[in-house]
Design a protein around this ligand. Structure first.
Ligand code: BJW
Ligand code: ZN
Length: 262
C-alpha cells in the first residue's frame, strides 16, 4: 500500500499553487481513472443539514433505535413519520453546496465515475449528478408498507393521517433504509463492483461506522485503489486512506478537483 499522506495544516506552496501531492500525481499519470465517490452526511453539512454522529448531530439528541428502526416505526409511527417529514422539509429547503457541485462537475471527466451515497437528501441529483447509487434510500419517496406502491414524499404528505395512509389502507413509510434492513440489492451490487474496480476512491463526509456502506472503502483499498478521505476528523477507516484532506467537503472537494479534473 502507498505511504499514507496526511495533509492538514502543512500544505506546501506547490500544492497551493495547484500541484497534487506526489503519490496522487503518480496515480494520475497512469492514465484514465475509474473514480468512485462515497458520500455521507458530512457532505451536506455545509448545506445546513445535520449529520448523525457529530456533537450537534441527530444522534446527540435522539437514540437511533427510537427513530431509525422498523421497531420504532411499528411502536411509534407518528413520531418516526414526524421526524422524517421535518427532515424532508429541511432537505428540500436546502441547496447543494460546492462539494455536491464539484462531484457533479466530474461527470464525464474520467473513464468512469460512480457516485455512491448514504445520504437520503437528494442533493447529489439537484447538483447535477446523473445517477447516484442511493444505498440508504431517499427521503423524497414514500412507500406503502402493505402494497409496496411508491409515491413522492411531497404527495404522501398531503394524504390524511400521521403517518398517512395509502389508497389500499396500508401505512406509508419513508423509503429509507433503517438499521437491520437490507440495502437496495442492485445499488449495493453496483457500488461493490465499482469499488473493486476503482483506481481512485474518494470518501467524503462519512464516519465510516455504518456497514455495509463503510465496507466499500475496505473493498477499494484491498483492490489497490488510491483512497482519499475528506473529513475534518479521523474515522476507523482513516488508516486505509492514502491521502487525508482534513477539512470541509465543500472546500476540499473543489481542491481535489483542481488536481484530478483541472
Ligand atoms: C464532515 C463535515 C464537513 C462533518 N465536511 N465531513 C456490527 C458490525 C458491523 C455491522 C453491524 C454491527 N451491528 C449491526 C450492524 C449492521 C448495521 C450497522 O452498520 N451498525 C453499526 C452502527 C454498528 N447496519 C445495518 O443495519 C444496515 N443493514 C444491514 O446490515 O442489513 C443486513 C441485512 C441483510 C439482509 C436482510 C436484512 C438485513 C442498514 C444501515 C442503515 C443505516 N441507516 C441510517 C438512517 C437512514 C435514513 C436516514 O437518513 O434517516 O443511515 S443511520 C445513519 O448512519 C444514516 C447514514 O446514512 C448512516 C451513516 O452516517 P454518515 O453519513 O457516515 O454520517 P455520520 O454523522 O456518522 O458522519 C458524518 C461524518 O462527516 C463525520 O465523520 C464528521 O466528522 C464528518 N463531517 N462535517 C466533511 N463539513
Ligand atoms: Zn398501499
Amino acid at each position: 500500500m502507498s505511504e499514507r499522506v496526511e495533509r492538514q495544516n502543512d500544505r506546501s506552496v506547490a500544492e497551493e499553487a495547484g500541484s497534487p501531492p506526489p503519490q496522487l500525481a503518480a496515480r494520475l499519470q497512469r492514465g484514465p481513472l475509474h473514480v468512485v465517490v462515497l458520500s455521507g452526511a458530512g457532505l451536506s453539512a455545509a448545506s445546513g443539514l445535520a449529520t448523525f454522529r457529530d456533537a450537534d448531530g441527530h444522534w446527540a439528541r435522539y437514540r437511533p433505535q427510537d427513530l431509525a428502526t422498523p421497531e420504532a416505526f411499528a411502536t411509534r409511527p407518528e413520531v418516526v413519520w414526524g421526524w422524517y417529514a421535518a427532515r424532508f422539509r429541511a432537505a428540500t429547503a436546502a441547496a447543494p453546496n460546492a462539494g455536491h457541485l464539484e462531484i457533479a462537475r466530474w461527470e464525464d471527466r474520467f473513464a468512469s465515475l460512480t457516485v455512491v451515497t448514504q445520504n437520503v437528501d437528494g442533493l447529489h441529483q439537484r447538483a447535477g449528478s446523473r445517477e447516484p447509487l442511493e444505498l440508504h434510500g431517499s427521503l423524497l419517496r414514500a412507500r406503502c408498507t402493505r402494497c409496496g406502491r411508491y409515491l413522492a414524499m411531497a404527495e404522501a404528505m398531503t394524504c390524511p393521517g400521521t403517518p398517512p395512509c395509502c389508497d389500499c389502507g396500508g401505512r406509508l413509510r419513508p423509503d429509507v433504509v433503517w438499521f437491520g434492513e437490507a440495502l437496495p440489492y442492485d445499488a449495493l451490487a453496483r457500488a461493490d463492483r465499482a469499488a473493486a474496480a476503482a483506481d481512485l476512491f474518494v470518501v467524503a463526509g462519512t464516519s465510516a461506522e455504518v456497514y455495509p456502506a463503510a465496507g466499500l472503502i475496505e473493498v477499494a483499498a484491498r483492490a489497490g485503489a488510491f483512497v482519499v478521505e475528506i473529513n475534518p476528523r479521523t474515522t476507523p477507516l482513516s488508516p486505509l486512506a492514502n491521502l487525508r484532506l482534513a477539512g470541509s467537503a465543500a472546500e476540499e472537494l473543489p481542491r481535489l478537483g483542481r488536481w484530478i479534473a483541472p
